[in-house]
Design a protein around this ligand. Structure first.
Ligand code: TR5
Length: 144
């Protein structure tokens, strides 16, 4: 059965079994993702914030006027939120606080949304943990 999902959702582009297999393989793997290339600046991205631990850049397929991804520079096994361990608490806090700083910098004074997609049901497509910062328009609730 092919389920129609949004562009970035793995289930939109492959059948259910392949999507599940690919997600499991990606989630367990230490293999580099596209985000490693962005961190290494091997492929271009529009970076809006960078420090020694966190990188924030514009999503290539924006779902709102402001759509920024915040990622830990060191993945350290954190492929997705459901794989988080206690040692990741600090970087998780850093990412969330940085989202607030970037929102301020982007002028999102009327509010914004922070999203973490986890796994297949969460529509995760890149297995390097990331926060989506969305804003610049009235967002709807509940999300799809
Ligand atoms: O679906 P999840 O939550 O895993 O989010 C992954 C996000 O990465 C999606 O919103 C994609 O649009 C975004 N993405 C994917 C690529 C990419 C990117 N954002 C910026 N630059 C990108 N490059 C250069 N290549 C991608 N494949």
């Amino acid at each position: 059965i092919r389920i129609t999902r949004p562009y970035s959702c793995p289930r939109a582009t492959m059948d259910e079994a392949s999507a599940a297999k690919e997600a499991a393989a990606s989630a367990n793997s230490a293999a580099p993702t596209i985000f490693d290339k962005i961190i290494a600046k091997e492929i271009p991205s529009t970076i809006v914030y960078e420090d020694e631990k966190v990188l924030a850049f514009r999503d290539v397929n924006p779902q709102a006027p402001v759509h920024i991804l915040l990622i830990p520079k060191a993945r350290d096994g954190l492929t997705q939120l459901s794989k988080a361990e206690f040692r990741h608490s600090e970087i998780l806090g850093d990412l969330l606080y940085t989202a607030k700083l970037v929102a301020e910098k982007e002028g999102l004074k009327d509010g914004f949304r922070v999203v973490i997609n986890d796994g297949l049901d969460g529509c995760q497509s890149v297995y390097h943990l990331h926060l989506h910062l969305l804003g610049g328009r009235q967002l709807k609730w509940p999300p799809g």
